[in-house]
Design a protein around this ligand. Structure first.
Ligand SMILES: C[S@@+](CC[C@H](N)C(=O)[O-])C[C@H]1O[C@@H](n2cnc3c(N)ncnc32)[C@H](O)[C@@H]1O
Length: 287
């Protein structure tokens, strides 16, 4: 425990499961049937989990304004499905992927090699908060459904600001709470359940803050034109419906699918899902 506020102090502080363990356990059980996507999907106009996963990736790529002149650093890339999609759709000059789970990096590298894209997509094992990449090395940083795991998300904001050239863009699709933590003295059972869920899903408590705080932290890291928009209505209802109705999807996910399928729609009420954007001040030099 990092703080000594007692078991209930400042929300329920229960140490998070190491994130590598979580994804080692998940192995190659992916959400999508086609490819190995691990995002909950953007469901506006999508009928299947595959369409929704791709729509989420498209949304992040379009919001980042990826062009053929851009070098992209994509952290938490899962099996690099999104990097393959962006390369085929937007043809960026290069994508450098950073992922903390070695097993995923191995599988992803093999997928990229089979597609002959190794010279366009460079996948590395490492942490989003300490990438080891040089200052001002890229035009776009993306974090698709992963920053809630980082230790901490705020450290990642600082790392992204360091990596970006002036005028560069940071885009995240991220899940956060809708409000501040419940007072554990007034709601001990819910606070305990919330703390346990967070720990099991490898989410440090330091990342549990709502939209307004998220925007303040992005600005404090040096970003301008910050926007943190809720897209929860385009994510959670469709995801919940798919889990309830798509037996194949539940089967693909194994025991995790069984457990997720038991969450009632009201179980998503404390959670927001945001599309967050920030721009590093300055004018981009001619590349
Ligand atoms: C929910 S998955 C999302 C994967 C992918 N973005 C997708 O949407 O298919 C979260 C990913 O974040 C990665 N991750 C978690 N913590 C990380 C960290 N500190 N640095 C880099 N990657 C991390 C995990 O290994 C996993 O690939």
């Amino acid at each position: 425990m990092s703080e000594s506020k007692g078991l209930f102090g400042g929300g329920m502080t229960i140490p998070a499961l190491p994130v590598r363990w979580l994804y080692r356990l998940a192995s190659t059980h992916a959400f999508s049937e086609r490819g190995l996507y691990l995002n909950m999907g953007y469901w506006e106009g999508a009928r299947t989990i595959d369409e929704a996963c791709e729509a989420m990736v498209e949304l992040v790529g379009r919001t980042a304004g990826i062009t053929s002149a851009d070098t992209v650093v994509d952290v938490g890339f899962g099996f690099a499905e999104q990097d393959i999609f962006w390369t085929q759709r937007f043809a960026p000059r290069r994508i450098i992927g950073i992922n903390i789970t070695p097993e995923q990096v191995r599988v992803a590298r093999e997928r990229v090699r089979k597609l002959g894209l190794e010279d366009r997509i460079d996948l590395r094992e490492g942490s989003a908060t300490a990438t080891g990449l040089p200052d001002a090395c890229c035009d776009v940083v993306t974090a698709l459904e992963c920053a809630f795991h980082f230790d901490t998300r705020e450290d990642f904001f600082a790392e992204a600001a360091r990596l970006l050239r002036p005028g560069g863009r940071l885009v995240l699709a991220d899940s956060i709470p809708t409000g501040p933590d419940l007072d554990p003295w007034q709601h001990p059972l819910q606070a305990l359940m919330g703390g346990l869920a967070r720990a099991a899903l490898a989410v440090p408590q330091a990342n549990a803050y709502p939209r307004a705080v998220y925007a303040v932290k992005l600005a404090a890291a040096g970003f301008e034109s910050v926007q943190v928009d809720s897209i929860r209505e385009q994510v959670f209802p469709g995801w919940h419906r798919a889990l309830a109705q798509d037996h194949e999807m539940r089967r693909r996910l194994g025991p995790v699918g069984w457990a997720l399928g038991r969450i009632p729609e009201a179980g998503y009420a404390p959670f927001d899902y945001v599309l967050a954007v920030g721009r590093k001040p300055g004018t981009e030099a001619v590349k």
